[in-house]
Design a protein around this ligand. Structure first.
Ligand SMILES: [Zn+2]
Length: 388
């Protein structure tokens, strides 16, 4: 080829490249906290093609869009493993704006109405999965499985087979007012359903008829215990504030312990304090969000996370329990909860404000905190989500 022609071809190539910016978006100068990468420093996060492209200092400003994150906290998109965002059609958009780029609807519906929550999960923009309630009618005021016939193994199996891509596990709510005195049998049935699809079970503990060790005996590695701060009867500590040995053993064999904030009988400050002082920290935080929780106690995921700033947890410890830790609990989140290069470009930009903030437990008791996280901006698959 003539040198002149080659030169012209190169000029055309260079012009094309100059027109296309190197990155789709850069979040500049935020305090990037990523426990999975052991980063806590002022950094830029660049993304391209819906994936994280680089995390570094003074990344080139050659980007289609730049977000100034000075004074903000930049973390991987939050993952909420116990919520009820599938109860309302606007649930997914609400939690996305709060920074949750992935969530699990934990048992809002059973086999009878599973199509409703599955449809909401499918329509959502972020990663959503559903736990099927072993009670075929879902959450009931009179108790999901108070009538044991509602814990219908075949019905649940058929529902999962129909929606295998969205249903990520089985939920068993075991409190006295939900399952009566057959909590263990309900859990056995939930486990029969789950194991036939190699899925985890999440149990709702606290105020059960059976002793907690009896129920923990029925769990397998990878299962989740939610409402870990539930007051007695049958909490995770004894009367002297010691963690039950069976609880310690359950964690050692790979069972996860989750917060599940919620609004009724799941969390009381004196229990939280004793469990945290005993050194038994949650593996994961979660909201147990419902539309009613939007205006009291729960509010949003960053508010739930803020409750644990204190009790000896650093900001890094708190971020881990809303990002990398939950990514290990459900397969759908496996590549998330991290800003690792190549991971999906899901990012939550948060604001850490200092002042005096009141946090309320499920019994009307308050605690004052000096710091609180607020949602500021969500990026999903490399695109900013406008706050409505
Ligand atoms: Zn719940």
């Amino acid at each position: 080829m003539h040198a002149v022609a080659a030169g012209a071809a190169f000029a055309r190539f260079a012009a094309l490249h100059a027109a296309a910016p190197r990155y789709d978006l850069i979040i500049k100068d935020g305090r990037v906290i990523d426990p999975s990468l052991r980063i806590d420093a002022i950094r830029d996060v660049a993304m391209t093609g819906g994936r994280i492209a680089a995390v570094g200092t003074r990344l080139t400003a050659d980007a289609a869009e730049i977000v100034d994150a000075r004074g903000k906290i930049v973390v991987a998109g939050l993952l909420d493993i116990h919520s009820h965002f599938g109860r309302s059609t606007d649930g997914p958009a609400i939690c996305l704006a709060d920074g949750a780029t992935g969530f699990i609807d934990a048992g809002s519906q059973g086999a009878d109405h599973i199509d409703e929550v599955v449809a909401i999960a499918r329509a959502a923009r972020q990663t959503c999965r559903v736990l099927i309630n072993i009670g075929r009618a879902g959450v009931l005021p009179e108790g999901d499985t108070m009538d044991l016939a509602r814990a219908d193994v075949d019905a649940a199996r058929n529902a999962i087979a129909k929606h295998r891509d969205v249903i990520a596990g089985v939920k068993a709510r075991l409190s006295r007012e939900v399952a009566g005195d057959h909590d263990a049998e309900v859990l056995r049935r939930a486990q029969q359903v789950a194991t036939s699809f190699n899925l985890p079970v999440m149990i709702h503990m606290g105020q059960t008829v059976s002793a907690l060790p009896t129920l923990l005996d029925l769990l397998k590695p990878g299962d989740v215990v939610t409402h870990m701060f539930a007051p007695p009867p049958n909490g995770i500590i004894d009367d002297d504030g010691r963690i039950l040995p069976e609880v310690l053993a359950a964690r050692r064999r790979g069972i996860w312990f989750d917060v599940g904030n919620g609004r009724t009988r799941h969390m009381r400050w004196d229990i939280v304090e004793r469990v945290m002082n005993a050194g038994f920290w949650p593996d994961t935080f979660s909201t147990d969000w419902t539309p009613e929780g939007r205006t009291e106690q729960v509010f949003d995921f960053p508010n739930v996370m803020s409750k644990f700033l204190g009790f000896g947890m650093t900001l890094n410890d708190v971020i881990a329990r809303a990002t990398i830790n939950p990514s290990r609990v459900f397969d759908a989140f496996r590549d998330r909860g991290t800003l690792n290069v190549g991971a999906p470009a899901d990012v939550a930009v948060l604001e850490l404000r200092r002042g005096s903030f009141e946090f309320v437990d499920n019994y009307g008791n308050t605690r004052t905190g000096r710091e609180k996280l607020f949602p500021s901006l969500t990026i999903l698959g490399g695109r900013r989500i406008p706050r409505s």
